[in-house]
Design a protein around this ligand. Structure first.
Ligand SMILES: [Cu+2]
Length: 478
């Protein structure tokens, strides 16, 4: 939008205010609308959405969002460490109306390992809020913005490496309703597609780390709705009754793939193309770009199971982008007289488990160096791998290598300090300068001893055992 304004200045002749033409209502420009009162935004996890705004006036709307990093189930037996807004993928749905002044409270849970921020595409301002929302674990930031363009917008984390934060689940939708609200419908749901990149191939069990190279190559192992295989199938299917109108708020977090969004056996009566004001009618498949959205309305006339897909179908049948809408009610033989078969499009099964909390019970103590290294490897996978990577090589210009790191090998006491207390400011590792933020790690003395012993035993580093006592001494000397 800022770009649009700049272009407008450049092309003096053709400079109408396109914003106001498309907007019904009082005629007050949204940027100048007064707000009355104050309320706390209702926030919902997918596939639910908050109540419509209806006729309420523009208000000061307080949005509370907490970033939570937690392990969950990507598919049967496949675990993944998700990074989330309010604990779900996609994050909580935010519902506003034009002219609202949003006071955004972004908290980063103290158990998290990483700093994060948020870029809301509904924001007019630098980085969509990213510039003012960078927040370390255990901290909260507050910033405000006025929503002045109606539509359905994506929000996402924009902390480097951005694609990695998005690939781990850090995205969601914010709706800006026009004055008076969108036309009412009977059922509304929230669906967001995302592509996921795991070390192991699709279906390989166990905790699967993020794979940066597959992300760079745009070769996802999973393409799913609402964060996991089966989030919208079987008993998690979204529901409606014959004769009802259904509205889907559809988003695509990406980070890479675009979605050819389609519901098998339905035609979209109305689509807000790209989530904006342009309404197309009688649409079979609508394109939802990465970092984009669409509002899809249709009426369900016959009962049965309607399968929701990305019509790039190998994704759907081999990688998970499959959901279901179950419509109950009486048959309408005039419209559809066929046999109904349920569940045929469910190759991966429909079991769903809740994402449990990330906290594990206290680990047992290592009896010898070998055990210490083995336990340290687990700590590494959960705590360090996200940044320093599986192979210890880090990520160019963002996270320094631990493999053959001269910085690490020169001073074990300093390495303990880095893990205990975090590190910011410029450092040089193997001749390369880094100036990032390593957050202090919330780990016990035993865990820090184990993980550093593992790091020292790996990737050509000098073998050195770090004992819990050494960590305890550093902790108390600080
Ligand atoms: Cu993030």
């Amino acid at each position: 939008m800022l770009l649009g304004a700049a272009l407008c200045i450049g092309l003096l002749s053709n400079c109408t205010t396109t914003q106001d033409e498309s907007r019904p209502g009082t005629g007050t420009p949204p940027a100048e609308m007064k707000v009355s009162g104050e309320s706390i935004a209702e926030m919902t996890a997918p596939p639910l959405v908050p109540k419509p705004v209806g006729n309420r006036a523009a208000t000061k709307l307080i949005v509370n969002m907490e970033i939570v990093e937690k392990e969950g189930e990507m598919a049967d037996g496949v675990r993944y460490l998700y990074w989330t807004f309010n604990g779900s993928v996609p994050g909580s749905f935010i519902r506003t109306r034009i002219g609202d002044e949003v006071e955004f409270h972004l908290k980063n849970h103290p158990d998290n390992k990483l700093p994060h921020n948020i870029d809301l595409h509904a924001v007019t301002g630098p980085g969509g809020g990213a510039a003012s929302s960078f927040v370390a674990p255990g901290h909260e930031v507050v910033f405000s913005f006025k929503v002045i363009n109606p539509g359905l917008y994506v929000y996402h984390c924009a902390t480097a490496p951005v694609a990695m934060h998005i690939a781990n689940g850090m995205y969601g939708l914010i709706l800006v309703e026009p004055e008076g609200g969108l036309p009412p419908v009977d059922k509304e749901y929230y669906i967001m597609q995302g592509d996921f990149y795991t070390k192991g191939k699709n279906g390989e069990p166990g905790l699967q780390p993020f794979d940066m190279q597959k992300a760079v190559d745009e070769h996802p192992d999973y393409v799913v709705f609402n964060g996991k295989v089966g989030a919208l199938t079987g008993e998690n299917a979204i529901k409606a009754n014959v004769g009802e109108t259904v509205r889907l708020f559809v988003g695509n977090g990406g980070p890479n793939l675009i979605s050819s969004f389609h519901v098998i056996g339905e035609i979209f009566d109305k689509v807000h193309v790209e989530g904006g004001d342009l309404v197309n009618k009688n649409v079979q498949t609508t394109l939802v770009p990465a970092g984009g959205a669409a509002i899809v309305d249709f009426k369900v006339e016959v009962p049965g199971t309607f399968v929701i897909v990305d019509h790039s179908l190998t994704r759907t049948f081999n990688k998970g982008s499959l959901g279901m809408l179950t419509v109950s009610g009486d048959e309408n033989k005039q419209l559809y007289s066929g046999k109904q078969t349920e569940g045929i499009y469910q190759p991966e099964g429909g079991t769903i488990q809740k994402m449990p909390g990330a906290k594990a019970p206290d680990a047992p103590k290592a009896a010898n160096l070998e055990e210490r290294i083995a336990m340290g490897k687990t700590v590494y996978a959960k705590t360090c791998l996200a940044c320093h990577q599986d192979n210890g090589l880090g990520i160019a210009n963002a996270f320094p290598p631990l493999a053959k790191s001269d910085y690490l090998n020169a001073d074990a006491g300093r390495a303990i300090d880095v893990v205990l207390h975090g590190k910011t400011g410029e450092i040089t590792v193997n001749g390369q300068k880094y100036n990032g933020v390593m957050p202090a790690q919330v780990l016990s003395d035993e865990e820090i001893a184990n993980v550093l012993s593992y790091v020292y035993a790996s990737w050509g580093n000098k073998k050195q055992e770090i004992k819990p006592g050494m960590v305890a001494a550093k902790r108390s000397s600080h």
